[in-house]
Design a binder for this molecule. Structure first.
Ligand code: SF4
Ligand code: SF4
Length: 112
């Protein structure tokens, strides 16, 4: 589990562009979607998520193959590291990950 970064949490919480329901949503109502072509595995999302939704790990061969030419180049430079969401069911839509990501690679998607 990636340790939280209190400074990044504070900055993300104060960002007026934060989407979602400020952590009041029912579980499974929202989930974060990661744009594989944008994500550089920088882990800010994991550092701010209060519910440990993200893990940072090497992308699968299938994910890598699905990228465009320049995205594959970028992914290679970053060791093919990316954010996966194995604990997406725990998301409560605080929106912190969306505004914390320096690559604008995360969006919150509603299930309803
Ligand atoms: S989604 Fe954004 S914050 Fe999360 S690992 Fe990827 S680049 Fe970093
Ligand atoms: S919106 Fe969901 S995935 Fe993103 S930081 Fe909040 S709880 Fe975690």
């Amino acid at each position: 589990m990636i340790p939280k970064n209190p400074e990044k949490v504070k900055a993300a919480a104060a960002n007026p562009a934060r989407p979602g329901e400020k952590c009041q949503a029912e579980p499974k109502r929202w989930f974060p979607e990661v744009d594989r072509g944008r994500c550089e595995g920088k882990k800010d999302c994991a550092e701010v998520c209060p519910h440990d939704v993200f893990v940072i790990e090497r992308m699968t061969d299938e994910e890598y193959a699905g990228l465009g030419f320049f995205e594959r180049f970028k992914a290679t430079v970053h060791g093919r590291m990316t954010a996966h969401t194995p604990n997406a069911d725990a998301c409560r839509a605080c929106g912190l990950c969306v505004v914390a990501c320096p690559e604008k690679a995360v969006r919150l998607v509603s299930n309803v």
